[in-house]
Write a protein of this length. Structure first.
Ligand code: RM4
Ligand code: MN
Ligand code: MN
Length: 430
């Protein structure tokens, strides 16, 4: 196995931290037992939770104004695998990665599959990119891709999505995520009806190219880069498109892609109810598609999203199997640190949601006890589940304190020496 952090370092740090953790865990287990909850059983569920890492997230992101590269950035997909492997090694919460084409284009699928397997990483959904023109591209996406008024540009976008499926198949992916930047900046610039129809027609061609066991995830986004209208702007447009396309098409919720103040957990509940929830791009935001670290701005909202997911899981909703992925842009932090902490925050929200007394909640709701119901959620949300997360991580072979071990390992400094500045590995302004 080619994990990069010395296993001895993790073991040593864990040994030092273990006595305090055992004490904290025992205390929490007693608190939970009084609520008829089994801490060990919950820790097992947390250990089974996994979220996919975005390959574009391990490089520095960038804003529309500038990109300030960090030291030791990954230069290509194999460097990205190394960084993702560190995150998985220390957190044991990120067993898969999500590739983005053409950024992650590879020549030899076997080489890539083997490198990933050696690092114990699998492949989640692959992402297409028709929001940038590539050097020498024959038809531009400046005025849209799958919904472009020019059939030649549309055909190119369809071909690219089909190529992404072919690449993903070689790796064992089972889904394609499609986010398009198509839209308009001026009222009247684009015929709103025709643009949506062209999108449906082009996506129909992509859908027809899906292998039998594949799905396509439609990702909506309210605005940016288009500021007047966006073709797949909201979950309504996404739901209509997914329904028109067929059962293999579902709706992906990126937490930063909604109007301010929108009740995202209610959108999640609707999509679950009608069998159309594809999964998530997790991140956090204050204003728009900020792509900040999951749980860093609105942890209560994240908990409420997981509350819906746990509720659906416990109701055993048929076909409920959302794909969990992170989609963030790291500009002022070490991406590895941000992704480790984000994965832990997602586990935290999940753990808190597992603590909700659902029978009592249903009773309070049926009795119209508004505050009684609310308090049940707050009780779960305000419980410090950190010892549960650390115990789960340790049992899975990870670090009790991932950040501490990472900082002590000198990984970034070593990579800074190994990887001369390149600046190719990131998503740039998107
Ligand atoms: C978009 C969207 C997509 C991601 C790009 C990089 O805003 O979130 O999921 O692929 O950014
Ligand atoms: Mn996204
Ligand atoms: Mn986004």
């Amino acid at each position: 196995m080619s994990f990069s952090i010395d296993a001895g370092l993790i073991a040593e740090a864990n040994e030092k931290a273990a006595p305090a953790l055992v004490g904290d865990f025992d205390h929490l287990a007693r608190v939970l037992a009084r609520r008829n909850l089994d801490a060990e059983a919950i820790a097992k569920k947390i250990a089974a939770f996994g979220v996919a890492l975005p390959t574009w997230g391990v490089g520095t992101g960038g804003t529309r104004f500038a990109r300030f590269p960090g030291p030791g950035e990954p230069r290509h997909i194999f460097d990205k695998l190394d960084d993702c492997a560190v995150i998985q090694q220390l957190t044991r919460a990120t067993p898969t990665i999500s590739l983005h084409f053409p950024w992650d284009k590879f020549d030899d699928p076997k080489e890539l599959r083997e490198a990933a397997a050696a690092r114990r990483l699998g492949f989640d959904a692959v992402n297409s990119n028709t929001f940038q023109d590539q050097p020498g591209q024959e038809h531009s996406y400046k005025f849209g891709s799958l919904s472009n008024a020019d059939p030649a540009a549309r055909a190119l976008a369809v071909a690219h999505n089909l190529e992404c499926i072919a690449l993903g198949e070689k790796l064992g992916s089972k889904a394609l995520t499609v986010w398009i930047a198509d839209g308009s900046n001026f009222a009247g610039q684009s015929n709103l009806t025709k643009a949506f129809d062209r999108y449906l027609d082009a996506m129909g061609q992509v859908y027809a190219g899906l292998p039998a066991d594949w799905q396509v995830f439609l990702e909506h986004k309210l605005y940016e880069p288009a500021f007047y209208s966006t073709v797949i702007s909201d979950w309504g447009s996404s739901y209509i498109a997914a329904t028109e396309l067929g059962p293999k098409a579902k709706c992906l919720v990126d937490l930063g892609h909604h109007a301010p103040g929108v009740n995202i957990e209610q959108i999640v509940s609707r999509l679950v109810r009608f069998g159309k929830l594809a999964g998530f791009h997790f991140n956090d935001s204050k204003y728009g598609d900020d792509d900040l670290d999951a749980g860093s701005i609105q942890p209560f909202q994240l908990f409420l999203v997981f509350n819906e997911l746990v509720d659906a899981g416990e109701r055993r909703v048929e076909g409920f199997a959302p794909a969990y992925m992170i989609d963030q842009s790291h500009n002022v932090s070490d991406p590895i640190e941000s992704l480790m902490l984000s994965a832990v925050e997602l586990q935290r929200a999940y753990a808190q949601a597992l603590l909700v007394d659902r029978a009592a909640l249903a009773a309070a709701q049926d009795a119209n006890d508004a505050l009684g119901a609310h308090i049940l959620l707050k009780q779960a949300f305000t419980t410090d589940v950190s010892p549960l997360l650390a115990v789960a991580r340790r049992a899975a072979g990870g670090a009790i304190d991932p950040l501490g071990v990472y900082r002590a390992s000198g990984y970034r400094a070593a990579k800074t020496r190994e990887r001369p500045a390149s600046g190719v590995a990131s998503a740039g302004i998107v």
